[in-house]
Design a protein around this ligand. Structure first.
Ligand code: PDD
Length: 289
């Protein structure tokens, strides 16, 4: 069987098929796919697969890479070139390639890739006998603690704050608490000077910066409480800040258009910034040989 693929305009042997490392499919899982069966060189439920594909693309604001008619012709050409009459056709469309940034630039060109796999339809014996399954917790989208490249929800959240005066989107979960930002951890400081941030459980990505900042706070007798906080508590907080590898400790002075505290970086935040800056110096300068 000829293993043939299609990558962004070209048919080529599968072992030569490559995609760009900067492709957002690779970086952010920022794309959609379809798997359709073909038998006797005909796509099964072709219209339904293409309908779903168009629906998924529209939901992510990714344009079709070509007209539906042109895409259908490519699908059939791939099947023909595969010399298979039965099999599975895999098709993926990503937002395209661009320098890595959660925010995608305007006018991106979507990238279409396709390949064909031998059929793995159940045989007569299995169909006659039936199969076994197990159950497990549905953890899809629920493992934010894993630093997965599956960042599409983060990307879509960040898109909501895509104006120059905004830097991040903080996420409120179904129980009404702020978990973290799209690519940062979220903190508030109460009027009593206590730092509050969501615990590092499955609901957030436990930031390295977050860890260091909490350690620094504790070792300098700044009280810390690890629990989720609500937007309402944030409205009443004295200070807020975010942390990440690329932001260090950054004061947050406006949330949803309202000032946090007096709208300037607070004392506890500034203290943590200084402590973290010192940590950077120690780690990267003082310890360098
Ligand atoms: N983001 N939460 C999320 C969802 C993140 O993606 C990140 C990091 C953080 C902060 O973690 P750390 O302090 O280890 O950087 C929290 C990186 C910077 C990114 O995706 O670009």
């Amino acid at each position: 069987m000829a293993r043939i693929s299609y990558v962004d305009g070209q048919f080529l042997p599968s072992h030569l098929a490559q995609v760009a490392m900067q492709d957002r499919g690779y970086q952010f899982a920022d794309g959609v796919y379809e798997v359709a069966a073909f038998m006797n060189a005909r796509l099964l439920d072709e219209a339904r697969h293409l309908d779903r594909l168009e629906r998924s693309l529209a939901a992510l604001a990714i344009p079709m890479p070509m007209t539906r008619r042109a895409l259908t012709l490519k699908l059939y050409e791939l099947m023909r070139r595969s010399h298979q009459r039965d099999g599975l056709l895999y098709l993926q469309i990503t937002r395209g390639a661009a320098p890595r940034n959660h925010l995608w630039p305007q006018g991106m060109r979507p990238v279409l890739t396709m390949s064909v796999f031998p059929p793995k339809f159940p045989g007569a014996a299995l169909r006659a006998k039936g199969c076994a399954v197990i159950t497990a917790a549905d953890e899809r989208w629920a493992r934010c603690d894993i630093k997965s490249i599956s960042l599409l929800p983060n990307v879509l959240a960040r898109k909501k704050s895509a104006t120059p005066e905004l830097r991040e989107t903080w996420l409120v979960n179904e129980t009404g608490v702020i978990t973290e930002g799209s690519s940062t951890n979220a903190f508030l400081v109460t009027t009593q000077g206590k730092i509050i941030t969501h615990p590092a459980d499955h609901h957030i990505l436990g930031g390295v910066t977050r860890d260091v900042v909490l350690e620094l706070a504790r070792s300098h007798q700044i009280p810390v409480e690890e629990r989720g906080f609500t937007p309402r508590e944030l409205a009443e907080a004295a200070e807020a800040f975010l942390t990440s590898t690329s932001n260090f400790v950054l004061p947050v002075v406006v949330v949803d258009g309202n000032k946090v505290g007096d709208g300037t970086p607070g004392t506890v935040t500034r203290r943590l910034m200084a402590l973290y800056d010192h940590h950077i110096e120690q780690e990267t300068y003082e310890n360098s040989a």
